[in-house]
Design a protein around this ligand. Structure first.
Ligand code: AMO
Length: 433
């Protein structure tokens, strides 16, 4: 093996013994008769100390490598209090595994911050930085917590198609593609499939889903390809049953992130765990509060970024970072949302610090009403035949939500741009890497 220990795994038991380490050469300090090489692996860094007099060939070799080359070093592990992690490696054998070209397109430990596009163009190097890696290590932990919580509530994980025959959300913001002789679309969400599953007896399903959305606007909180925890549950009495699962899910994910001590330290972040239950505020009350602060929003409109931000400020004054907006006007919610009287719906959004992180609803389960709502939303029921069929032979009442993972991470870690929260972002202008 090219490596017997990660830098972090070396313990006092290894002192005065031979270990093999491997990683990227982060820095070389050549003082003439002695050189210090900082080696970085996936978990941290360590110091290799080489003396010219003792091992002249290794000295030459190690000091001539370019930064970010990958090497494996076998050597004696020596205790040294002056070194940051308490030990150093005195090399006996060095093997170069991959030489890095020069100059580097992006520095890993440079003091000067590169611009965002250069960072994203060279994402594989950007990800070598511990503070960037920390975001994805936390992402991994919160997703694991989501699986754990949802499975504890008897949800099963499903995988539904991403190549589909009609748009999932009824909007125009959909990517078209050629599917042999037919036209097909990339799924905007698993909406139609997770609902169809409610007609099967798989009463509680969830998916870590991909959303593909051909939204033209380039904002700091929109991606054209994003991920979400998408969920659907049967036999609910109202959307309140769904909101309860959502707030507990958010709580358990937030809590799991607060336990990522090492990563939070690297990011210099403290995470306070929110109190349950989250506030519930009907849309009408939200509009009233916004009008009091001179917002020009009209009844029936969806909240724009500015109004959401203003509401976030108002709620913060009351000590609330998380809050549901409930009882949305029917016209501002998708066709599958259950109406509540003529004007309102059983749709809700979950907001965190002025940003929508999830939305959901009780759904229509009556096929006649569903067709009527499709028509009212300017959609042709013929385009939704396969979906509608699932409602014709026994469909229980149900509801669910979609909860954006990148939006969640943004708010969790106070990250300003959503592109930081996905490995390889897709936006209006970016398709590579
Ligand atoms: P909606 O369209 O509100 O609802 O999306 C749900 C959540 O997904 C996230 N999200 C996005 N994140 C980044 N970039 C985007 N372009 C983007 N679009 C959406 C947000 C949002 O709150 N089918 C319904 C959900 C449901 O009712 O089950 C839906 O897709 O966090």
């Amino acid at each position: 093996m090219y490596r017997s220990r990660y830098s972090k795994e070396v313990t006092q038991k290894d002192y005065d013994k031979q270990v093999t380490v491997a990683g990227w050469i982060e820095d070389i300090r050549n003082l003439g008769s002695i050189a210090f090489i900082i080696l970085r692996d996936g978990k941290g860094t360590l110091q290799i100390t080489v003396l010219k007099k003792k091992t002249p060939e290794l000295f030459e070799q190690l000091t001539s490598f370019s930064r970010e080359s990958v090497v494996s070093v076998k050597g004696l592990c020596k205790e040294n209090e002056k070194v940051r992690n308490g030990y150093e490696i005195l090399p006996e054998e060095v093997e170069i595994l991959s030489a890095a070209e020069t100059p580097l397109p992006l520095g890993v430990v440079d003091k000067v911050e590169a611009d965002f596009d250069t960072r994203l163009d060279n994402r594989f190097i950007d990800l070598r930085k511990p503070e960037i890696q920390a975001i994805f290590k936390i992402r991994n932990v919160v997703i694991a917590a989501a699986h754990q919580y949802l499975r504890s509530q008897s949800f099963i994980e499903v995988h539904t198609p991403n190549i589909i025959p009609s748009s999932s959300e009824g909007g125009t913001e959909v990517f078209k593609l050629q599917y042999f002789e037919k036209e097909a679309f990339l799924a905007q969400s698993p909406q139609l499939y997770k609902q169809s599953l409610m007609a099967t007896g798989l009463d509680r399903v969830y998916e870590i889903a991909w959303y593909f959305r051909a939204e033209e606007h380039n904002t700091r909180r929109h991606l054209n390809e994003s991920t979400a925890v998408d969920l659907e549950m049967a036999y609910i009495s109202s959307e309140e049953d769904v909101m309860k699962i959502l707030e507990n899910l958010v709580h358990s994910m937030w809590k799991s992130a607060s336990e990522c001590k090492e990563e939070l330290e690297i990011l210099d972040k403290k995470i306070a765990i929110p109190k349950l239950p989250f506030a519930r505020m009907p849309y009408d009350e939200v509009i009233h509060k916004l009008h009091e602060r001179k917002s020009g929003i009209e009844w029936g409109q969806d909240l724009g970024a500015e109004d959401e931000k203003l509401l976030g400020e108002i709620m913060k004054e009351g000590g609330k970072e998380f809050y549901f907006i409930t009882r949305y006007p029917l016209g501002s919610k998708p066709f599958y949302t259950m109406p509540e009287g003529e004007k309102y719906s059983r749709g809700f959004d979950l907001e965190c610090k002025g940003v929508e992180i999830a939305s959901g609803s009780q759904r229509i389960h009556d096929v006649k009403l569903l067709k009527k709502r499709l028509g009212a939303c300017g959609l042709n029921p013929k385009d939704f035949e396969a979906y509608l069929k699932a409602f014709r032979y026994g469909m229980p009442p149900h509801g669910g939500f979609g909860f954006g993972i990148e939006r969640f991470l943004m708010e969790l870690l106070d990250i300003k741009n959503i592109r930081e929260c996905i490995l390889f972002p897709r936006d209006r202008t970016r398709l590579t890497p």
